[in-house]
Design a protein around this ligand. Structure first.
Ligand code: NAD
Length: 391
């Protein structure tokens, strides 16, 4: 179980490129990185609009002089400082990843980059060579791979509990772009169908890279020998990039697979589904029930493995943070409670009683009421389990 104790003498000095106020993914990076005080955000070139980026960075608590107009200025200026950044996250649209990652490595930084890493394998391999030359780490934020139950899946397959793998069934779909006005409504969507910014694919790069990575993480031994991809642009203005695709796979061990990825799966809110079928048993995981793994042995009742329980493999417990019973969303709920209490403190300090009255948080009255509840329950129980007036 991980309990937030430090893993190094001090937090890593961390910068961000992109991830600004309007960004879809920036907040996920900051909460993921900063939750355990392992990374400290000290610099950024947060936005394609430098002024908005500076204002945003200051609002995040970054020193104004370390909110830069672009990544080039950030890498140059930070390199001059004794306390300059050591690691940078690149959370910009796809077409910028290669250039910024190479510049970061050249500047001696470790890199955490968004997917898809680059447009071509050649570019991605150049990044690998550069990272090795500079002795730096490059991480890619396939964020779903951190679910502890995904590690359990890997461990069960490694132990041979499924037997020989026969079928691999993968899906990452949603329906957000089922209509042709999606691009007009969202800047983040409009660049995703522009090959100059998004690269050679839309949903294959945007969605299915996640699920493909998960499949390789849980089954590192399963190498794809051949594949067949059929892709469509159901909204024709997205052509040549696809908003839907089916991929058939043949694996070296004789197994077969299919992957469906789509942003026009109208009405669907169940994004990823992974089903691995072996000669003895199957495993199935859905990201709408991300804490659960369904294990089906032929001829036996199905079992559900649940995150945080002692019966799981060590690899699934090593990064466990909450313990069994609690759902992962609990951390977000705690963050909201801390946020509301902070808002109340700020309003109180300003004597703003109107603002204070609008913040619904568990205040002193809620604390008193909890004690009252217990007192009344105990009084009833101690009186022989009788009705008592709630006082
Ligand atoms: P977005 O368009 O919502 O946000 C992009 C951000 O980058 C904005 O703040 C923009 O101002 C900034 N930006 C653009 N060019 C910049 C530059 N040259 N310098 C500095 N800042 C710049 O895009 P998004 O949805 O946040 O996606 C960004 C990247 O993250 C993409 O590669 C996308 O594939 C990836 N992504 C990953 C996940 C995931 O689960 N890992 C989820 C969403 C997006």
């Amino acid at each position: 179980m991980f309990n937030g104790e430090r893993i190094a003498e001090r937090p890593l000095r961390w910068g961000m490129v992109g991830g600004g106020r309007t960004s879809g993914v920036g907040y996920k990076h900051r909460t993921g990185a900063q939750r355990d005080n392992i990374y400290q955000l000290v610099a950024g070139a947060f936005d394609v609009d430098p002024e908005r980026g500076r204002e945003f960075g200051v609002n995040l608590g970054v020193a104004p002089e370390r909110c830069y107009k672009d990544y080039k200025e950030m890498f140059a200026e930070e390199a001059k400082r004794e306390d300059g950044i050591e690691v940078v996250t690149i959370a910009t649209p796809n077409g910028t990843h290669y250039e910024i990652t190479m510049a970061a490595l050249e500047a001696g930084l470790h890199v955490i980059c968004e997917k898809p890493l680059t447009f071509t394998v050649k570019e991605a391999e150049e990044i690998k060579v550069k990272a090795e030359e500079k002795g730096k780490i490059v991480g890619v934020t396939y964020g779903y791979a951190g679910y502890p139950i995904i590690s359990q899946m890997r461990s069960m397959i490694e132990q041979g509990l499924l037997g020989e793998i026969r079928m691999v069934d993968l899906r990452y779909t949603h329906g957000f772009n089922a209509t042709d006005d999606a691009e007009k409504k969202s800047g983040a969507q409009s660049w995703r169908i522009d090959p100059k910014v998004a690269g050679p694919s839309f949903v294959l790069g945007d969605l299915s890279t996640h699920t493909y990575y998960l499949s390789q993480f849980i089954m590192p031994q399963m190498k794809i020998k051949q594949l067949l991809c059929d892709r469509q642009s159901f909204i024709s203005s997205r052509a040549p990039l696809e908003d839907n695709a089916y991929v058939l796979m043949r694996y070296e061990n004789g197994a077969v697979g299919r992957l469906w990825t789509s942003s026009v799966n109208a009405g669907s809110m169940e994004a990823q589904v992974i089903r691995i079928v072996g000669s003895k048993a199957s495993l199935e995981w859905r990201d709408t029930s991300c804490n659960e793994l369904i294990y089906e042995v032929q001829g036996k009742p199905a079992q559900v493995f649940v995150r945080g329980n002692d019966y799981l493999d060590d690899s699934a417990l090593e990064y466990e943070r909450l313990g069994a019973l609690h759902q992962e969303g609990l951390s977000d709920s705690w963050a909201n409670i801390y946020l509301k209490i902070a808002q109340a403190i700020v309003a109180k300090e300003k004597n703003d009683e109107v603002a204070l009255s609008k913040i619904t948080y568990p205040d002193i009255n809620a604390g008193i009421d909890g004690v009252r509840w217990v007192e009344n329950c105990v009084r009833s129980a101690e009186s022989g389990a009788v009705w008592v007036d709630f006082e």
